[in-house]
Design a protein around this ligand. Structure first.
Ligand code: BV8
Ligand code: ZN
Length: 251
């Protein structure tokens, strides 16, 4: 019986021979840094909050102050979190001169970057890239510090047009940032190895990327302690956490 930390032989061989690697990450990548995932039982954000009231353009239109307060609280959680050994392992792997490693993340946090990695695409946007909801101008302000979830906080106002400042994330029903999805698809299809870490594979179009790679014959490894929608399209499933698996994979 192997333990989660023990790298499966076929995974080790793929990782050692790959020169073009794409790493796709989801909320599970940040879990060991203390940033809650969305859908995990007990700890997932959606156990406590209703996404249809918070992560949609309609939610913003109906109650921007409720939306802003939730994102300000999440931003405080992220600011208080640190990258873990899994984030650092990806950054080390990417820094190897013989490796072309491209990271596509669904995460809106900056933990990959703070671990020293360069991210090709934040397909669901960037929590901290605040902009005006009306004219799109980048905001010259940040989130206020929020220690506990609060019901409402007034968003700041745009200096250019007086519109409200919104988080730089992609809400349900909004288009992904221009180029981000296409860049991610290309990276995965051109890779000789795709590593999918910590995603439930439920949110499209990002969830389709492993299948698009697999359809081109690219081997896909899943790292996730639980079964997910990605598991069926993965050639190898490693039931371990990001913090357990990635340091061994990128050693
Ligand atoms: C679009 C950003 C078109 C904001 C997020 C049917 C009905 C309605 C809609 C749809 C439908 N079918 C398809 C859709 C479209 C919709 C969609 O997919 N809905 C799903 C839910 C059915 N998609 C969209 O709306 C997208 N846009 O399609 O646009 C368009 C085109 C042109 C013009 C206009 C429009 C936009 C989707 C973006 C949504 N934004 N978030 C915010 O952060 O608040 S989604 C949210 O879920 C997260 O940000 C995250 O990015 C995403 C995916 O979640 P995961 O990362 O997978 O996280 P999850 O909690 O689910 O899973 C965690 C996993 O980690 C688990 O598997 C767990 O086992 C594992 N794990 C736990 N611990 C660890 C671990 N793994 C490793 N190590 C550990 N330690
Ligand atoms: Zn504006």
């Amino acid at each position: 019986m192997s333990t989660p930390e023990q790298i499966p032989t076929e995974v080790l061989e793929l990782a050692r021979s790959a020169r073009h690697v794409t790493v796709l990450t989801g909320a599970g990548m940040s879990a060991e840094s203390g940033v809650p995932t969305f859908r995990d039982a007990q700890t997932g954000l959606w156990e406590r909050f209703d996404p249809t009231e918070l992560a949609t353009p309609e939610a913003w239109e109906n109650d921007p102050a409720q939306c802003w307060a939730w994102y300000a609280w999440r931003a405080s959680l992220v600011r208080g979190a640190e990258p873990h050994p899994g984030h650092r392992a990806i950054a080390r792997w990417q820094a190897l001169p013989e490796i072309d490693l491209r990271i596509s993340t669904q995460n809106v946090d900056d933990l990959h970057e703070r671990a020293g990695a360069t991210v090709l695409a934040h397909v669901h946007g960037d929590l901290f890239a605040l902009r005006c909801a009306d004219c799109g101008a980048p905001a010259g302000v940040g989130y206020p510090p929020v220690r506990e979830p609060v019901a409402r906080l007034d968003p700041p106002v745009c200096q250019q047009c007086g519109g409200l400042i919104r988080p730089g994330v992609v809400w349900f029903g909004e288009a992904l940032p221009e180029g981000a999805f296409q860049d991610s698809v290309e990276a995965a299809q051109e890779a000789d190895l795709v590593v999918v870490v910590g995603t439930s594979g439920l949110v499209y179009p990002a969830a389709g990327i492993p299948d698009l790679a697999a359809a081109r014959g690219v081997p896909v490894i899943e790292i996730n302690p639980q079964p997910s929608e990605v598991s069926a399209s993965a050639d190898h499933v490693w039931r371990a956490t990001a913090g357990q698996a990635l340091p061994a994979l990128a050693a």
